[in-house]
Every structure is written in C-alpha cells, then in structure tokens.
Ligand binder design. Structure first.
Ligand code: HEC
Ligand code: HEC
Length: 448
C-alpha cells in the first residue's frame, strides 16, 4: 500500500556516518604521553556554531508557528490503548502533521532563540516528533528488549537517572552519569566531552553501544522495519529511504528538540525584576506616563506572584550572577550553560582520572574538562557531575566554595569563595527556583 503523502521528499540531507559509539564513554585506552604545553588560553573554544538565526525553512506548505513544549506535540497519536496501524495511517494522512513547524521557544528559554541548532537540516514536523517519541520509549531498539533511551533519561528522574552511572543492558555500567536530555535544541555538541557534533549523531550511538542498548545498527533497523506501524511512518516521513539508522537518529533528535522546559520561578522573577528596581514613586508615575509599560509591569508581577521565588532564592540569584561568586562565568545564557568545557577538578584526585574533553581534542588545556551542564531543573536530576560523585546540590556548592579540587588544569575561573551558611542555602534555593514545567509526554502508545 502506498501512502498518499510524501511531503518531505526532495529534501536531501546527507548525514555523516558515525564513528563513535554510544552514550557511555568507551573504555579508554591509556592516555597518550602529554603533548607539549598548550596555548595560554584557559578555556576551550565554543564548540558550536551558534549565533545563526534559527532559519526555519519553508516547505511547500506554509510553516506553522507553534510554541515548543505545547503538550499536543509530545502527547502521542490521539487514542487509548495499543497504537494500531489504522490510527497511525489516519495520523499520517493529516497534512498538518507534515507541515514544517516554525518553532517559538517558551518564556525563559526563548532568550536562546539564536542558539537553536539543527532544525534547518532536519525539519521539525509533528509526525517526526511523534515518531521520535515512540523510538525514545521503545525498548525493542535494544538487543534484548530491556533498555530504551528513557531507561537512562527518564522523565520521572529529571530526564536523567538517579544512579551514579548509566545502567544499560545486563546491568552494565559505564563511568559517567546520565545527563539530562531536555533543552537540547539550544545545545550543539553532545556528551560530557562534546564528542557528538549533533543530536542526530548522538542519538544513534547508544543503540550500538555494548554496555547501553547492546544492539547493532543493522539489527535495530531490521527490527524497526519489521514493525508495520514504524515502516509506514518512516516511509511517509522520510520517503523511499524508509527505515535507516540515520533516519532513526533524525526522528529521535527531533523528539528531543521538542522536549523543552517551560518558565521557572526564576524566569518570572526576571520579568518583574527591572520594575522592582524602580522607586515606588517612579512606578506610580509610570501608571500615568506610560500605560503600556505599566500594564507590562502588572502582568509580570502577577506571573511572578503566581510562581514566587523565596527571599532566599532571590538572594541566591544575586549571588549566582555576582562577580564574587561568579557562577555565570560558565552557567550563562538562556539555558544557563555556556556549552564550553572546564576543569573543576571533579574526579581528578583519582589515580587514573577521566580526562574528559582532552580525549577528544587532545589539547592539553582540556585535561579533566567537561561540558557545562544546564542549571535548569537541576534539582530534579541528582546525582551531579560527569561522574555522579556529588549527591546533592549542597555538596556541589561546597565543592565550589572550597575552590574545586586542585589539579594542574583547574579552570582559572574556579577559586575559593567565601560563603556563609546562609549564602550556600541561598544558592541551592536559587537553583531549585530554576525548575520549570515539563511538556506532557506520552510514554506508551508504541506501534504493535
Ligand atoms: C545505559 C544508559 C543510557 C542509555 C540507554 C542512553 N543513554 Fe544517553 N547518556 C547516557 C550517559 C551515561 C551519557 C553521558 C555519556 C558521556 O558523556 O560520555 C549520555 C548522554 C546523552 C546525551 C547528551 C546530553 C548532553 O548534555 O550532552 C543525550 C542527548 C542522550 N544521552 C540521549 C540519549 C538517547 C536519545 C538515547 C536512546 C537512543 C540514550 N541517550 C540512551 C546514558 C544512556
Ligand atoms: C568555570 C566554569 C564554571 C563555574 C564558574 C561554575 N560552574 Fe557549575 N559546572 C561547570 C562544569 C564544567 C560542570 C560539570 C563538571 C564535571 O562534571 O566535571 C558544572 C556542574 C555544576 C552542577 C552539576 C550539574 C549536573 O547536572 O551535574 C551544578 C549544580 C553547578 N555546576 C552549579 C554551579 C554553581 C552554583 C556555581 C557558582 C557557585 C557554578 N556552578 C560555577 C562549570 C562551572
């Protein structure tokens, strides 16, 4: 049976082939002898080609504007119980589901619109997001049907996992903590060491990683292609190529891009903060002089009152952004992450430390450096750091207060900070106030 729709045909995107494997770091060979001392600059260069406007390509059909995070994008194909081929076909026959989405980010993350990555090469459509959603939750991608992406990036555990290390097929563990998998749309290179250049490249790795999903790409493709509901979706969405490992990666990456988190009390507070800085008399005057600005103030205040930051969290916010404490030297921008690599000394006291970014760049200054994680929703995804060695946010703050763990590659931005117990609590309270709303995501409803 031929499907009537071939909306995205003619779009040829060549995906690179992927040489690295998986989410978990491969067992690394002994590090090569140290190279000659590296350039003076302390920090790695930006890993991403950000700053391009999110050029939303226009297909044959007019693009449809949609706020990412809207529940209907990730809520699954309408219906109850097992997902039938008839339901999938009806879904695929709706032209709306193939219209390239012109995406708008939610309040907060919206400030990162210029950082949006990857959607020009891999158009976002409702149908592709939905296909990626199914694959993300489908354990049949693993060798023994036990592990899905969600096993280590679980919506119930902050899209990460509360274990120290990722736990894959047959209970195997790598040496790194499962990071979060949301807000990836504003992020370029993936993994703690940035070894995947894109989400598409990242997504196919775990399937064939022996300690994660333990499968081969060939077998995964065969399994998926043998499920009629999947076969139909791939053929309609990707054209004659149908089910390929690259297309699996593109679908999963598209779903991940749709998983963005909504405004947190922090964002609502940022909205009202400029007004709070005004003198009461000036604010009163605004009422008469600039009705529009005053209305904006009232709306911002109402939103912030409905999602309040505690006094301590406000204090913590000011510390976080202050020169003295300097968290924003790295946790900066809409996603509170600079997408660069830094050495905080985590794990560096070990006899054979994980050298992180260095393994990829072979640049001396990258030894022990890892990619800055987001602070958004961080309260939900303990334990912390690339090796999951810090169990609580309090422990993380102590690590910064003592100036990290000394080692010869420690970032120059990490210094001992004088913090009172009250300051420390405030920083933790601020981070908790960075928890926003998650989109509603259907976890079942996979093709039979
Ligand atoms: C066995 C556990 C496990 C499974 C299964 C797994 N991951 Fe991961 N994931 C990890 C770990 C651990 C890392 C970090 C590895 C590293 O940085 O070396 C990671 C990293 C990532 C990242 C990078 C995030 C960032 O901030 O750079 C993304 C995105 C991701 N995984 C998505 C996926 C997807 C999609 C799947 C399914 C195809 C998947 N993962 C399956 C454990 C897992
Ligand atoms: C020099 C850059 C830099 C500065 C300054 C910095 N961070 Fe970090 N932060 C990082 C990096 C890099 C990591 C991951 C390090 C690792 O795993 O080895 C990290 C990890 C974290 C984590 C763990 C997140 C997770 O998902 O595991 C938290 C929480 C955190 N930082 C909060 C803070 C706070 C609070 C401050 C200010 C007191 C701060 N950071 C200052 C770069 C920085």
């Amino acid at each position: 049976m031929r499907m009537p729709l071939r909306v995205l045909s003619g779009l040829s995107v060549s995906l690179m082939s992927f040489s690295f494997v998986g989410c978990a770091k491969e067992p690394t060979p002994a590090p090569p002898p140290a190279k000659s001392p590296a350039p003076e600059s302390q920090e790695a260069p930006a890993s991403t080609s950000s700053n391009e406007k999110p050029s939303v390509p226009k297909g044959d059909t007019a693009a449809a504007e949609v706020i990412l995070g809207s529940p209907e994008l990730t809520a699954g194909i309408p219906g109850e119980g097992p997902l039938t081929s008839d339901q999938i076909q009806a879904w695929l026959e709706k032209p709306d589901n193939h219209v390239p989405l012109e995406i708008v980010l939610p309040l907060g993350l919206m400030a990162g619109t210029s950082q949006v990555q990857g959607i020009a090469d891999n158009l976002m459509t409702r149908a592709k997001i939905e296909l990626g959603r199914q694959l993300y939750f489908d354990k049949r991608l693993s060798a023994d049907n036990t592990i899905s992406c969600a096993s280590c990036h679980d919506p119930d555990e902050g899209f990460a996992r509360h274990t120290q290390f990722g736990v894959g097929i047959n209970g195997q563990m790598g040496g790194r903590n499962s990071p979060i998998s949301y807000n990836r749309i504003v992020s370029g290179a993936q993994f703690w060491d940035g070894r995947a250049g894109s989400l598409e490249a990242q997504a196919v790795g775990p399937i064939a990683n022996p300690i994660e999903m333990g499968n081969t790409h060939e077998k995964a493709v065969e399994t998926v292609a043998a499920i009629p509901g999947y076969e139909m979706q791939f053929r309609v969405i990707f054209g004659d190529d149908g089910v390929t490992i690259d297309n699996i990666g593109r679908a999963i990456a598209t779903f991940e891009r749709a998983v963005v988190t909504g405004p947190a009390p922090f964002d609502f507070y940022e909205g009202v903060r400029p007004f709070l800085a005004m003198k009461p008399a000036d604010l009163e005057a605004l009422k008469d002089d600039d009705a529009e600005a005053y209305a904006k103030y009232q709306a911002a205040k109402a939103a912030s009152d409905a999602h309040p930051m505690s006094e301590s969290a406000v204090r913590g916010r000011d510390l976080f952004f202050s020169e003295k404490v300097g968290c924003t030297a790295c946790h900066v921008g809409a996603n509170l992450a600079d997408e660069k690599y830094h050495n905080l000394g985590v794990g560096m006291a070990a006899e054979k430390p994980d050298l992180g970014r260095f393994e990829i760049s072979k640049d001396e200054k990258d030894k022990g450096a890892f990619k800055t994680p987001t602070i958004r929703n961080v309260a939900l995804s303990a334990p912390y750091m690339h090796d999951g060695s810090q169990k609580t946010l309090e422990e993380v703050v102590e690590h910064y207060a003592k100036g990290g763990t000394a080692n010869q590659w420690l970032s120059t931005k990490i210094k001992k900070i004088d913090l009172t117990p009250e300051d420390k609590t405030a920083l933790v309270d601020f981070m908790k106030a960075c928890t926003g709303e998650f989109p509603k995501i259907e976890r079942g409803r996979l093709p039979e």
